[in-house]
Design a protein around this ligand. Structure first.
Ligand code: SAH
Length: 226
């Protein structure tokens, strides 16, 4: 079902990942733990395996969004690096990710030492990623099939929340599940382009907010899908 992880893959792709890390540095990513995490996660194994392997492998380490099945995409490495950097992850923190997709961002957060809880609304993607992440060594992710608008009230509060799909507004349930002092990164906008929004919860009802530029995500959709 999945590509085999082999020492040959490692050898071949380590160099490609190094070059990707250099590109990310040139684009402004500075956080060493984030760059180190990206240099470890084998991005070429995360793609939809119905697409031609050579074509995908050519592109796996270019800074592109690519298909992962069920009409969804893996985020650009720059976007993953940017959101991860802005989250300021500290090892041991509990992080809620909305939009598991193929699990690439999940793996980067695990490499950063986070305890990741991730939600996906597409059953096929959820099933696939639940098998895939442990297959390549990421056993620690807690993956949930559900609607990310609602978060995971049974596991709240979270130190950090990262939303990896474009939301028309900030869901109240997610705000409620953020710890005081916690940070949320969420792309906001109903159209093709979203504003990356950084929020810090300062008190029970207080939030600081910054807009960190424009990004393009697939939409955050309501309810679960099969
Ligand atoms: N984190 C992924 C990004 C995948 S694209 C990566 O590393 O590449 C965004 C994902 O969000 C898609 O898989 C999509 O199905 C999912 N999604 C969209 N709306 C959602 C919702 N309400 N709840 C959970 N997941 C959602």
């Amino acid at each position: 079902m999945f590509y085999k992880v082999s020492s040959e893959d490692e050898y071949l792709y380590q160099g490609k990942r190094k070059r990707l890390v250099e590109q990310l540095k040139e684009k402004g990513i500075k956080d060493l733990p984030v760059l180190n995490a990206i240099s470890k996660v084998p991005r070429h194994l995360f793609f939809d395996n119905t697409t031609s392997r050579p074509a995908l492998l050519d592109h796996a380490y270019s800074d592109k969004a690519l298909p992962i099945g069920a009409g969804q995409t893996i985020s650009h490495p720059y976007t993953v690096a940017f959101q991860s950097e802005q989250l300021q992850v500290i090892a041991g923190e509990k992080i809620l990710e909305v939009g598991t997709g193929c699990g690439y961002q999940t793996a980067v957060l695990i490499e950063l030492g986070a305890k990741v809880f991730s939600i996906e609304r597409q059953k096929t993607l959820f099933d696939k990623t639940k098998l895939f992440l442990p297959h390549i060594g990421y056993h620690a992710a807690r993956l949930f099939y559900g609607d990310g608008y609602k978060g995971l009230p049974n596991h709240a509060p979270f130190d950090k929340i990262i939303v990896t799909a474009g939301a028309p507004y900030i869901p109240n349930d997610l705000l409620a599940q953020l710890k005081i002092g916690g940070i949320m990164l969420i792309p906001i906008g109903a159209g093709e382009v979203q504003e990356m929004t950084w929020l810090k919860r300062t008190s029970e009802s207080g939030f600081d907010k910054k807009i960190l530029g424009n990004f393009k995500f697939v939409p955050l959709l309501q309810n679960k899908a099969t």
